[in-house]
Design a protein around this ligand. Structure first.
Ligand code: SF4
Length: 449
């Protein structure tokens, strides 16, 4: 059982020094018990107390890492029920299912699609995270041959599913260096599987018909020091599994049930044959509360909306997405190229830079740090105003890069033109650009003509 706030308080220095950002040690203890703050925030905790508090300072849903190398991913570590309470921490992974009796050429085709499917959106790469091989044939040799083929074709993390314990043991031993997820330990095979999981260090799914059964399995693993656990409720009915996901999250976050505090895996592809319904079901599991979502196909029309939706759900609502403040060079500009200025809100930057790039006009794009706000919001907040813009322009070094001393400002802040020219001491001419990004290409082409 996790420690209560009062238990934790007894182990703290009780000096109320406030260095942790809380007014008292008790307030800090309460937040720590709720999983809302890290123990490291208090620099004065003794080593003995640290050991005792280690359990309490773990997030209510433990972190599990799957895979090796560049594509390894983390799931779990969640601390809240709702995204607006704080933020969701580790985005769910999407895995593509492959049956082991699929033709070798088809496997190659699917893996090639998985490897190549990448979308660059607001500075982040959106992609599929894992391959899930299912022992549909029921035959160990077929499964191992498919596993060999897939492992040789991709570095993406692997999930191995079989109902045959011997097959699971072999695949875990053979691919332990890839740190795969092994599916699954249940009441029938726990004793044999526990030893292998401990030896190989693979992550493992526990699958139970009831929450009590899942708790029993995870407790046995926990007692053996195995924490890299993922939960499968075994239900392939959407309504039931949606209910299960909510119950599991509530048990972990609200009831502090350590035995159910693990990431989860769901299988929308086994809940319907309709690809559109599968996408809809998967989207619901992105928000509530699956950690790995196994999909039956890699059709871009199904996958892209899910990847974008996941990106939105797992963006920290407290922090606008921002890009670095600097002068961006687009299409190899030179000293005669136009200079544009905007704010460092990611979406603004990527829309403007995309339009400039596509129209092939070499340009300098100055991006000013306004804490990730859009042009109008930053202006209204007093962060994108003539005095501050002038300071940025003067410090940026743009004057050394161009001969034509003109800067194009966004059309929405046309009213800054005169004042900004004054702030710049008449050294620069301010040109009012278009209001909408879509009008930038036409504007630039006319500007350089
Ligand atoms: S930093 Fe530590 S000692 Fe100081 S108030 Fe916070 S919990 Fe108490």
């Amino acid at each position: 059982m996790p420690l209560s706030g009062l238990d934790i308080f007894r182990l703290l220095p009780k000096t109320n020094c406030k260095d942790c950002g809380f007014p008292t040690c008790l307030a800090f203890a309460m937040q720590l018990a709720a999983g809302k703050v890290e123990l490291e925030k208090c620099p004065y905790v003794s080593e003995q107390a640290k050991e005792a508090l280690a359990e309490a300072s773990q997030p209510p849903i433990l972190k599990v890492e799957i895979g090796q190398g560049n594509y390894a991913f983390k799931i779990g570590e969640e601390t809240v029920m709702f995204r607006h309470d704080r933020t969701f921490v580790n985005p769910n992974a999407f895995a593509i299912a492959i049956d082991d009796n699929t033709d070798a050429s088809k496997i190659e085709e699917i893996i090639s699609k998985v490897n190549n499917l990448k979308y660059d959106r607001v500075g982040q790469v959106l992609e599929v995270n894992a391959i899930c091989l299912k022992n549909t044939s029921g035959d160990k040799n077929t499964f191992m041959a498919a596993a060999d083929k897939i492992a040789s074709l991709t570095e993406k993390p692997l999930i191995f599913i079989s109902s045959d314990t011997d097959t699971l043991i072999t695949v875990a031993q053979q691919y332990k260096s890839r740190k795969p997820l092994i599916h699954a330990i249940d009441m029938s095979n726990i004793d044999m599987m526990m030893k292998v999981i401990k030896e190989t260090g693979c992550s493992v799914v526990v699958k139970g018909k009831t929450f009590d059964e899942i708790s029993t399995l995870s407790e046995k693993l926990r007692n053996e020091g195995i924490r890299n656990i993922v939960i499968d409720t075994g239900d392939r009915n959407f309504k039931n599994d949606f209910f299960n996901q909510v119950i599991l999250r509530r048990a972990a976050i609200n009831k502090k049930d350590r035995l159910l505090g693990y990431p989860t895996i769901v299988f929308p592809g086994e809940m319907t044959d309709d690809p559109l319904k599968e996408t809809l079901i998967a989207s619901i599991f992105v928000a509530k509360y699956a950690s790995i979502i196994v999909l039956s196909n890699i059709n871009p029309q199904n996958l892209f909306p899910l990847l974008v939706y996941r990106q939105n759900i797992y963006t920290d609502p407290r922090k606008p997405m921002a890009v670095e403040q600097k002068i961006y060079e687009i299409n190899n500009p030179d000293s005669n190229s136009p200079v544009l200025i905007t704010t460092n809100f990611s979406l603004t930057y990527f829309i403007i830079s995309g339009e400039v790039e596509n129209c092939k006009v070499p340009s300098w794009l100055m991006v000013m740090d306004v804490e990730g706000q859009s042009v109008l919001t930053a202006w209204a907040a007093g962060k994108f105003i003539p005095e501050m813009i002038a300071k940025f322009i003067n410090k940026s070094g743009i004057a050394d890069k161009v001969n034509r001393k003109e800067i194009i400002i966004p059309g929405y802040v046309a009213q800054l033109q005169g004042e900004l020219e004054d702030e710049l001491g008449g050294q620069w001419k301010i040109i009012v650009g278009p209001r909408e990004a879509g009008e930038v290409p036409k504007f630039l082409k006319n500007y350089i003509a």
